[in-house]
Design a binder for this molecule. Structure first.
Ligand code: GLC
Length: 431
């Protein structure tokens, strides 16, 4: 599916920040509001006057992401509503024409690169602003009378996808030519009514690879973007994108081998800033979600939706700060780690990097942690959080057992971590 060297940094990074920021942050109830409520163009354009982002300071976001242990980021350069955060020469529907008056993509890239993250871009293939983008069942104008023509009659014949494609190619060229090295591009999305033929995916891929040969691409230029079995689809990109769930066995190819994948998941129930959505995940949920992704050989792209003034919500800051506290001490069991090739244990999950195996203990057992069949295979066991030794001698109640198991005596309650206690096992050579 992909060239291993291109995705090396990506599969090593494991944890990224998704940022949905745009004009929809003003109405603040759904990034699809333009089409969901078929908002008239004039009303939607009117939100531009309120897109002030007067507290815009992406360095704060970048610092939060870096501290949370995130190694990459993806921000909406253009979402389905067509509004551009970058200073495209080909439209006036952009941040530089709003009161904020800045190329937000340029600032974002500088800030996130500044803290060492691989800063990538999201670009919507859909465009509900462009006059040539053909109507379809999810377009804001889907109920307009001229759209509801009998089958076989082309509605709005003046809408010419060739012209839209030209616009889209020019914008993608701008993003890939004017902003230095872009490590990752995240396209959204193909569906039954629009797909590679509409995006001219073959030529688009050629253009992208000619401008940024090392770029990592997601799977959504092609249809079936929610699939978890990698198919031989032509434009499936470098990694799969399950959304709002973690696949049972990770994403695999037809013969069962893991392929690069990334679950994108919201911190509450929405992608953009939704003022009235209080349903945030807990830090424990987020940490276990991340561990689950890594244990299945995948990444977690965790979303934040900043306010129209430019703030990441306090709840999100608090959660990411706590995740960061855990990551400071346990990042070694995440970055560069992957599927351990072992079944999921009762007490939690495994991750592995080479000869280092990490036991993520979510539910400490009563008594020792028994690793069936592991007797004699472990060189040393360490509590990752503090580097202290974990006792591996056989406890009295197992003295009469003859099976070759390993026994880890867990630390006392005070040294357990409520989110996830991690024990690092250094394996003997050849294990
Ligand atoms: C879905 C949503 C879209 C969001 C994307 C992120 O496609 O419709 O708004 O940007 O998921 O994965």
């Amino acid at each position: 599916m992909s060239s291993p060297s291109r995705t090396d940094w990506f599969t090593h990074a494991r944890f990224g920040m998704f940022i949905h920021f745009g004009l929809y942050s003003v109405p603040a109830y759904q990034e699809w509001c333009r089409t969901r409520d078929r908002i008239p163009d004039a009303t939607y354009h009117g939100y531009m006057k309120q897109f002030k982002a007067d507290r815009w300071n992406p360095a704060r976001w970048a610092e939060l992401a870096a501290r949370a242990g995130m190694k990459y980021s993806v921000m909406t350069a253009k979402h389905h509503d067509g509004f551009c955060l970058f200073d495209s020469r080909h439209t006036d529907f952009k941040a530089t024409k709003a009161p904020v008056g800045r190329d937000l993509i340029q600032d974002y890239l500088a800030a996130f690169r500044g803290v060492g993250l691989h800063a990538g871009l999201y670009y919507s293939l859909l465009d509900w602003e462009h006059p040539d983008y053909a109507l379809d069942r999810i377009h804001p104008r889907r109920n307009d009378p001229d759209w509801n023509k009998p089958l076989g009659v082309t509605p709005e014949p003046h809408r010419d996808m060739t012209k839209y494609r030209d616009y889209m190619f020019k914008q993608i060229r701008e993003l890939l030519e004017n902003y230095g090295e872009i490590p990752l591009m995240w396209f959204d999305f193909s569906f039954d009514e629009k797909g590679p033929e509409d995006w001219d995916a073959a030529n688009l891929l050629n253009l992208i690879r000619s401008l940024q040969p090392g770029i990592v691409l997601n799977s959504r230029l092609d249809r079936g973007h929610l699939d978890i079995i990698a198919s031989k689809r032509k434009y499936a990109g470098d990694f799969m994108t399950p959304e709002q769930f973690v696949p049972e066995e990770g994403c695999r190819d037809a013969v069962g081998n893991l392929v690069p994948w990334e679950s994108c998941i919201t911190l509450n129930d929405n992608w953009c800033y939704v003022r009235d959505d209080p349903n945030f995940k807990t830090p424990t949920q987020v940490i276990r979600l991340l561990v689950e992704c890594v244990s299945k050989g995948g990444n977690l792209l965790l979303n934040v939706g900043p306010t129209a003034r430019g703030d990441i919500q306090p709840e999100a800051v608090e959660i990411l700060t706590q995740v960061g506290d855990w990551m400071q001490l346990h990042g070694d069991s995440i970055h560069g780690c992957g599927h351990a090739g072992l079944p999921k244990p009762d007490w939690g999950r495994w991750t592995r990097r080479g000869d280092r195996l990490f036991a993520h203990v979510f539910n400490p057992p009563t008594g020792p942690l028994v690793l069936v069949g592991w007797g004699g295979k472990i060189d040393s066991a360490t509590l990752l959080a503090d580097g202290s030794c974990i006792n591996m001698s056989t406890p009295w109640m197992f003295k009469e057992c003859t099976s070759p198991d390993a026994y880890l005596t867990l630390p006392a309650q005070r040294a357990l971590n409520g989110h996830d206690t991690v024990i690092e096992l250094k394996l003997k050579v050849g294990v």
